[in-house]
Design a protein around this ligand. Structure first.
Ligand SMILES: *Cc1c(COP(=O)(O)O)cnc(C)c1O
Length: 359
C-alpha cells in the first residue's frame, strides 16, 4: 500500500460503539445506523456490512446512490433516504425496496401511486423538511390522505439543538410536538416512529422505537461539550509520513504567502498531505500533527498536496517516519475545535484520494 497519506479504520470499534450504545437503550428501541456520506468518511460498505453482522437491520442514507450501493453490498434490511430523491427515480426506489422520506404534501402527491415505502418527515422546529408540526391537524390530514398511496412505514423528525445544554426546553418542545402528531395517527400502527439523533439518544429520555445514530457510531461527539458513554472510541486514524527534513535560518519564511517567519533557527518537516486530501486549509499556522508522540505545529499555509510542520523539538524525526494527523488521543473533534468546526466536517472532508485501510 502507498504510504503517503492514508486513514486506518477499525470497523470493530464501530461495532463496539454500536453495542455499547445499544446496551444503554430500552429493549423496545433499535438503532438505525446513519451511514450517509460514505459512513461519515469511514466507508459505507465496510461499515454497513460490519453492523449488519452485529445484528443491525436499519440503515439511513442521504440519497438514492448511497442507498443503491448499500443494496449492492448485500444490505437487506430497511434503508431510509433521509432527504430528497428526484421524483423521476420513484420506480428505482421501488425496485431497490428503499424507504423514502416524504418532504411535504406536494412531494407526497408526486411520489405516491407506485407503492414505494415511505415515511413522513415532520418539521418540529428545524424549518428544513417535513410537515409542519405547529399545525398538527394538517399533519394528521396529510398522513391519513397518503397512507394508502404508499407503503407508509413511519414518521420521523429531526432535533436541531439536542447537543446543547442551554436548549433543553426547545428540544423537549420538539419531542412533544412530534409526539402529538404521532399520537394523532396511532391507530394506523405505523411501525417506525423516531426522533432521536446521536445527541438526542445520548441526552434525552427515550422516545420512538428507532434512534438514528450517526456520529457516535464513529466515536465522535455531537458537540465538543458532550460526554460520550464510557468505552465509545473514535474508529478512524489519519496518517502520513515525513517526506523531507529542512532547516530554516532565523528570518526565513515558509510556503505560499510567506505567512510563517522563523524567529530562530528551526528544523522543519514536509508532510505529503494537503487540502486536496481534505485537510482543511484553515489549519494553516493553527493545527498540529504528532510525530513520535510529540506535537509538531503546522507552520505556513497548507498547500494542495503538502504541508510543513515544526520538528525543532523532535530531534529524532526523520525521513519516512510516520506522522499522525488524527489518532493517538487527538481526535477529529480536537482538530475541528482548532478551526471552529465540528468533527463531522473533518471526517466527511477526508478526500477520496486518501486510501482507507481496514484493520
Ligand atoms: C445525519 C442525520 C442523523 C444522524 O445525526 P448524528 O448527529 O450524526 O447522530 C439523524 N437524522 C437525520 C435526519 C440526519 O440527517
Amino acid at each position: 500500500m502507498l504510504r503517503r497519506s492514508w486513514v486506518e479504520i477499525k470497523t470493530d470499534t464501530i461495532v463496539e460503539n454500536y453495542r455499547i450504545f445499544k446496551s444503554h437503550l430500552p429493549e423496545w428501541q433499535q438503532i438505525m445506523a446513519v451511514v450517509k456520506a460514505d459512513a461519515y468518511g469511514h466507508g459505507e460498505m465496510r461499515v454497513a456490512r460490519a453492523l449488519k453482522e452485529a445484528g443491525c437491520t436499519n440503515f439511513a442514507v442521504s440519497n438514492i446512490e448511497e442507498a443503491a450501493s448499500l443494496r449492492e453490498a448485500g444490505i437487506e434490511g430497511q434503508i431510509l433516504i433521509l432527504g430528497y430523491t428526484p421524483v423521476s427515480m420513484k420506480e428505482e426506489l421501488k425496485r431497490l425496496d428503499i424507504t423514502q422520506a416524504l418532504l411535504n404534501e406536494e412531494y407526497a402527491e408526486l411520489m405516491s401511486g407506485c407503492g414505494i415505502k415511505a415515511q413522513f418527515a415532520i418539521d418540529t422546529g428545524m424549518n428544513r423538511i417535513g410537515l409542519d408540526a405547529d399545525v398538527p391537524s394538517e399533519c394528521e390530514r396529510i398522513i391519513r390522505k397518503y397512507q394508502s398511496g404508499f407503503g407508509l412505514t413511519g414518521l420521523f423528525t429531526h432535533l436541531c439543538v439536542a447537543d446543547t445544554d442551554s436548549e433543553r426546553e426547545f428540544t423537549e418542545g420538539q419531542i412533544a410536538k412530534f409526539r402529538a402528531v404521532a399520537e394523532s395517527v396511532s391507530d394506523l400502527n405505523l411501525p417506525y416512529v423516531h426522533c432521536m439523533n446521536s445527541a438526542g439518544g445520548l441526552r434525552y429520555q427515550p422516545y420512538g422505537n428507532l434512534v438514528r445514530l450517526g456520529i457516535i457510531l464513529y466515536g465522535l461527539k455531537p458537540d465538543i461539550s458532550n460526554t460520550l458513554l464510557p468505552g465509545i472510541k473514535p474508529a478512524l486514524e489519519w496518517k502520513s509520513v515525513i517526506s523531507e527534513i529542512n532547516h530554516l535560518k532565523e528570518g526565513e519564511t515558509v510556503g505560499y504567502g510567506r505567512t510563517f517567519k522563523a524567529d530562530r533557527p528551526m528544523r522543519i518537516a514536509v508532510i505529503p498531505t494537503g487540502y486536496a486530501d481534505g485537510l482543511d486549509r484553515k489549519l494553516s499556522n493553527r493545527g498540529c500533527v504528532f510525530i513520535h508522540g510529540k506535537k509538531a505545529p503546522i507552520i505556513g499555509r497548507i498547500c494542495m498536496d503538502q504541508m510543513t510542520v515544526d520538528v525543532s523539538d523532535i530531534p529524532q524525526a526523520s525521513f519516512e517516519d510516520e506522522v499522525t494527523l488524527i489518532g493517538d488521543g487527538y481526535t477529529a473533534d480536537d482538530m475541528a475545535a482548532a478551526i471552529g468546526t465540528i468533527g463531522y466536517e473533518i471526517v466527511c472532508g477526508i478526500s477520496k484520494r486518501v486510501p482507507k485501510i481496514y484493520i
